[in-house]
Structure formats: C-alpha cells, structure tokens
Design a protein around this ligand. Sequence first.
Ligand code: ZN
Length: 164
Amino acid sequence: MELRDLYRDVILDHNRHPRNFGRLDPANAYAEGHNPLCGDRLTLSVRLVGDRIEDIRFEGKGCAISTASASLMSEAVKGKDRAAVRQLFESVHALLTQQDALAGPELGKLAALSGVREFPARVKCASLCWHTLNAALESDGGTVTTEVPDEVPSGPARKMAGEP
Ligand code: ZN
C-alpha cells in the first residue's frame, strides 16, 4: 500500500468516525473557530488540569479535512501540557505549509495531514482546529477566524479622542 493511500484512508476514517466528538462536561476552556473560506465551524471544549489537557471534545460542521484534522488533533493532544501542544502545533504547521517538511515520529497519525499541502486552499481547513485550540488554551475563549493574520496584536486598537 502506498503511503499516500494510507494517509487518505486515515483522513477518510477520521472524517467518517470522528474521535472525541461532542461537548465535554465539565470543561474549563472553550473556543470557537471559523474558516470563512470553506465554511468550517468548530467548537472545542477542554478540561485542563493545571497545565495539562486531561480531556478534549470538538463539535461543529466542516469539510472532511477540517473534521479529520480536529479528530486527529483531539487524540494527539490529550494528556499533553501547553508546551508540548505548542511544539506539536509547530510540527503540524510546518508539515502543512513547507513542501520539504518531513513528518517526524512525534506527529504519529497527524502525518496523514501532509497530503493537504498539495492543496493550499485546504491548509486553513486543517489548521483551524489548532488555532482554535490555541485560543482555548491562551485566552478566555471567544471566536477565532482563519482570516485574521497571526501577527495581529492582541487587544482592540483604540483611537484617542480627537484623532482622525
Ligand atoms: Zn474546510
């Protein structure tokens, strides 16, 4: 079996049978994600114990890539602390965006997402869940959208009275 076929089968399997689908109760971190380009929407509920993700669920509606990616992510991050999640996200992001990035052993089944980089329009479908998880872990929730650049400074820009 070709690696490509194996990867496709992993994506199809996680789309048909999403792992950790639903809403977690009790949970203490939430965020919603929206990818307007494709229409993907998802809500994450996370139970953090200290710095560690004890449990996670996702729900929502999206394309096969976004659903499979969220399902794979939910399996991969369970039990990990914030620092480990951040490292994993960096590896996934490189895999999705760099043509020559190799899937290291730390990625496990997430390596199946490497096929997505051949379809640049779908990269945001695959990364939506990770941006949403970052929002859940780093803030008090809210909605993230893939259409906001990563480097936007936090907090709303306020104009002083009298400025044009
Ligand atoms: Zn999508």
